[in-house]
Ligand binder design. Structure first.
Ligand SMILES: [Zn+2]
Length: 436
């Protein structure tokens, strides 16, 4: 229930330039404001949001999936549970992203504002199109092609790591609204990106300030709508390897993931819980995709592409690689009403450019665990091997986590066995789930 995650940032690992980051979501949802009331300085009211929630909704005949729709727990700021609560941006169809570039009297934007814009677009739109199989049509718009100059120095706003929704952020958002003035109609957009001039604040190698207000009903209003789904991107996530031009944009799809209701998957110990298997875990380094669980939560997988493994005994399932469109993608094995195991196939394709060992990824999803606390944990088929990737800024240990033919995952305590029984000529993986 922290509003800032000053304790939940990775330590720098020896020999690797892993960024320190704070990627907090100040408010996960309207409900979260109850639990967080004691931490806020502003007014904290429980308001019932009315906008459409992200993700699929139950349809008649979908009752077989019900045990697998682990629900979000009360008091969890941002949960993996289904459905995503109201207040977040919708994650399918046309999503209009107002994108503003801002600078400060003490940090004047170098070069043109549009060059800052081009660090993120069209790559971010392409990333979402690939990840969603074309279901999210992300349309970035920059109606003001110049830097919006803030009235005060950057330092005057007191933006720093670990800062909760303090008055400085309110002032900054108010000043962004005032600077945009009549040139922008905020009510036309589904989310807002504020691309801060990269010379304001510390280098991303020292601290990542990028942050998202999501589902926040306390947000300042503009043109009659709350700016509750707003991502701020600071600095440049440039590790000096020369790959910034290809992968530097990836902080934005991560931040926008919060706007769609997704929690952070890295923990105070870093990316060791999920590794490079989801952009909400690691957004530095080589391109990577999202977990199948997230794709279901966001409405990018149909219910017909998901199987719920509730029955006792053995059941066989076929799965097509997550990166390709169509076919069965996800098996979920509910363990309690709050958590269970997800099963999917990951290959080097689509957004998953760094996959070095294709196979069946198995991970535990827990809807009771909050953002940044490890709501997802990937099971490593080969622990303590050091992994197979040599890509910088990619968690190496979990890179060889997928299970392959002949390998079996066992959770004795809960009577769950998941065996990979083969790969057919079409590249489909076959798994057998046994519950006792
Ligand atoms: Zn984050």
């Amino acid at each position: 229930m922290r509003m800032d995650d000053s304790q939940s940032r990775p330590a720098r690992a020896p020999g690797r330039r892993i960024p320190r980051r704070r990627r907090s979501t100040f408010f996960g949802a309207a409900l979260a404001s109850v639990a967080l009331a004691t931490l806020t300085t502003g007014s904290t009211t429980l308001s019932i949001a009315t906008r459409a929630s992200a993700g699929p909704t139950a349809a008649p005949g979908e009752s077989l999936l019900e045990p697998c729709r682990i629900p979000a727990a009360l008091g969890v700021q941002m949960s993996e549970g289904l459905p995503t609560p109201p207040g977040y941006a919708h994650s399918t169809g046309i999503v209009r992203a107002l994108t503003l570039m801002i600078d400060f009297p003490d940090a004047v934007g170098p070069g043109s504002a549009l060059s800052r814009y081009k660090e993120f677009f069209p790559q971010t739109s392409d990333w979402f199109r690939n990840a969603s199989y074309g279901r999210l049509d992300y349309r970035a718009e920059a109606p003001i092609p110049d830097w919006l100059r803030m009235p005060k120095a950057f330092t005057a706003y007191g933006i720093e790591r670990g800062s909760p929704y303090e008055p400085g952020y309110h002032r900054l958002v108010q000043d962004v609204i005032a600077a945009a003035g009549s040139k922008v109609n905020f009510s036309k957009y589904d989310l807002v990106n504020v691309l801060v001039t990269p010379n304001a604040g510390p280098s991303a190698l020292d601290t990542v300030l990028s942050v998202t207000f999501s589902g926040n009903e306390d947000a300042p209003y503009a043109d009659g709508v709350p700016l509750s789904n707003t991502s701020f991107v600071y600095s440049r996530q440039d590790d000096g390897s020369g790959s910034y031009g290809e992968t530097g944009y990836r902080v934005l799809p991560h931040e926008n993931g919060h706007v769609f209701g997704l929690p952070d998957l890295y923990t105070p110990q870093g990316g060791g819980a999920v590794g490079h298997w989801d952009i909400m875990s690691e957004d530095w380094g080589a391109n990577n995709d999202m977990l199948g669980w997230h794709k279901w939560k966001l409405g990018w997988l149909d219910n017909s592409q998901v199987s719920c493994a509730t029955g006792s005994g053995a059941t066989q399932y076929a799965l097509t690689p997550l990166a390709t469109e169509g076919g069965p993608k996800l098996v979920f094995v509910p363990v309690t009403k709050d958590n269970g195991y997800a099963i999917e196939v990951r290959t080097q394709a689509g957004n998953d450019e760094a996959v070095c060992k294709p196979g069946v990824l198995i991970y535990r999803v827990d809807a009771k665990v909050d953002t940044g606390r490890g709501p997802v944990n990937v099971s490593d088929s080969h622990p303590a091997t050091g992994g197979c990737t040599r890509s910088p800024n990619v968690n190496a240990e979990l890179s060889d986590a997928p299970y392959t033919t002949g390998e079996t995952f066992v959770d004795k305590a809960n009577g769950v066995r998941i065996a990979v029984t083969g790969v057919d000529g079409m590249g489909n993986y076959h798994v057998r789930v046994t519950r006792s």
